[in-house]
Ligand binder design. Sequence first.
Ligand code: UTP
Length: 303
Amino acid sequence: MTETHPKITKAVIPAAGLGTRFLPATKATPKEMLPVVDKPAIQYVVEEAVSAGLDDVLMVTGRNKRPLEDHFDRNYELESALTKKGDQSRLAKVQESSDLATMHYVRQGDPRGLGHAVLCAAPHVGHEPFAVLLGDDLIDPRDPLLQRMVEVQQQHGGSVIALMEVDPAQIHLYGCAAVKPTGEGDVVQITSLVEKPDPADAPSNLAIIGRYVLDPAVFGILRKTEPGRGGEIQLTDALQELAADEELGGPVHGVVFKGRRYDTGDRGDYLRAIVRLACEREDLGPDFRTWLRDYVTEEMQGS
Ligand code: UTP
């Protein structure tokens, strides 16, 4: 008989980081609110959780993060102005974000690291497995990674993390996984994890990207996890303990993602996300693509 695992209903979105790579834009505005075409980056992330069936969303926020709460709340002044004008299409856009999911918020007083941010979710999550989506990691809506991870968790239990192959020279920017195959093409078993290794010591070129489905046993481990790399409480360190001892919270699997992903906290990737998503939009795409083609042709002629 196959074992059944508790259904996953909750998503946690850590969004309390300082966003220093994007200063000065993020001095008074959370980086998650920077627009990707005409929607803040964070709305794509909440939409992704909802598409995977998780409409109970807890956002971990901090100082300067009020705009995040306002974005997912009603805005009666704007709604009544648009209603008076009869502008139904913009009214729908304003209401879309507040109708998306059941939103909850918790504050992380001090940004003591991603592991600490996840620990702030413990009282809300309780004893069920849950998903974690980093607020500045954008997965292209056409590449349903989280859904696949939920499926794998429901099949194997334990925890599931998302991995992506990166250029070995870039692995020092990520958490890195040592893995063994499972016989299922995109699924691997994690044998160990290390946060931001030197390329010479990295066990693979598989980088951890910002999607996780976690067994609640991670909370007990995080409570005991000492600050690691960068003086921060690292989620990777806690996951390494889970991977090293299956008795703690079941196995840790990885789903190797081959789709499109953007780190919107990185300026170059942020620009690439905007160009790509704008090109593919039905309303903006045709004109924008024409302009982009002419622009690139001019640049090539100039060089
Ligand atoms: P980053 O490593 O991108 O850090 O965090 P950061 O502070 O947000 O950005 P930079 O590097 O200074 O530009 C990864 C994710 O973890 C969250 C961030 O909001 C981001 O989604 N995080 C990080 C927290 O919620 N709390 C923390 O203490 C640290």
